[in-house]
Design a protein around this ligand. Structure first.
Ligand code: BTN
Length: 324
């Protein structure tokens, strides 16, 4: 029995006896008990009432592959290999594994979502907190023409697409922090991790992972200001991960298609409109560079006005923050 089947049964918030769950799920009461323990260990909020049964103490917003597939643009579904998992180490790693296993057999476009990650990867070797049922963890396996050198700007393209999708869903004041973060009022709402796979020459195999905080209200060990959709909306908005996933998948793939066809220049204006650093006094985290944020150039490099003139910073070279 899968955790998902159990959570689905409990999702009405009512109290379910072990016996009724066993009958409904076609397993023994011991199997139900074990599954409840496993689900509790994974972090699902199940309360055990001695002699009475089990119930969810909070609503759980489960991912549902069929619902996502059904609501995606039909032409897109044809092009796409969509995988929705309960738990995985990292959706980025899963894309790499599936592509290596399938060799030439895979579709060039792959999307993997998971309810939880046990080893979610952030940038610079950091851990990405990935509790079950809370946030969105999704990765895109992309094949882009022109080799790795043509990839400058991809994370900005993905960031713009995420921001647009969130605005379509009604979120205001979304900002972008060069090169990879989606922010809201100075706190990080989502991050992007681009990883390269394959050869330096020919079409580039890329994995673009997005972690978006949706319901999360508490997290330990995060070393920067963060927020979530639920925190922003005071928990009352009723965000649904399946709906957000559909919007993100469509927006990211449309943006990547446009980027593949025409390059980064088309995205310069829309990215810059959400630039968190624009006009701010900035400081490169490693290095001496200090100056005023001036936005990006036509390839996605960041421009800083320093006392010695305009300096160009390539994505991945250094990170920046607002000078304090
Ligand atoms: C960052 O540090 O800001 C990047 C975070 C990227 C997290 C996402 S969650 C889905 C995908 N799988 C991973 O292991 N990481 C990315």
């Amino acid at each position: 029995m899968k955790t998902k089947a159990l959570i689905n049964r409990l999702s009405d918030g009512a109290l379910h006896s072990g016996a009724s769950l066993a009958t409904e799920l076609g397993v023994s009461r011991t199997a139900v008990w074990k599954q409840v323990h496993r689900a509790q260990e994974k972090g699902y909020p199940i309360e055990t009432l001695r002699g009475q049964g089990y119930r969810l103490t909070e609503e759980v917003d489960l991912l549902d592959a069929e619902r996502i597939r059904y609501r995606l643009d039909k032409a897109l579904v044809e092009r796409l290999e969509l995988v929705v998992l309960e738990t995985v180490d990292s959706t980025n790693a899963e894309i790499v594994r599936r592509r290596s296993r399938a060799q030439d057999g895979y579709r060039s476009l792959m999307v993997c979502l998971a309810d939880a990650q046990t080893a979610g990867r952030g940038r610079r070797g950091k851990v990405w907190q990935s509790p079950p049922g809370e946030n969105l963890y999704l990765s895109f396996g992309l094949t882009l023409p022109g080799g790795f050198s043509a990839l400058d700007g991809l994370s900005l393209v993905v960031g713009s697409a995420v921001a647009e999708a969130l605005e379509t869903l009604g979120l205001e004041d979304v900002q972008l922090k060069w090169p990879n973060d989606i922010m809201h009022k100075g706190s990080k709402l989502a991050g992007i991790l681009i990883e390269l796979q394959g050869e330096l020459e020919g079409a580039a195999q890329v994995v673009a992972g997005i972690g978006l905080n949706v319901h999360m209200q508490h997290a330990s060990g995060v070393d920067q200001a963060w927020t979530s959709l639920a925190r922003i909306a005071g928990g009352g908005h009723g965000w649904r991960r399946n709906t957000i996933a559909v919007h993100l998948v469509e927006a990211v793939i449309a943006a990547v298609d446009q980027f593949s066809a025409s390059g980064f220049a088309d995205f310069q204006t829309q990215w810059q409109a959400r630039d968190m650093f624009f006009g701010e006094e900035l400081k490169a985290v490693q290095g001496e560079l200090q100056g005023i944020g001036c936005g990006i150039d036509a390839t996605g490099n960041y421009l800083i006005q320093t006392i010695n003139g305009t300096e160009t910073i390539r994505a991945g070279e250094i990170s920046m923050r607002v000078a304090t």
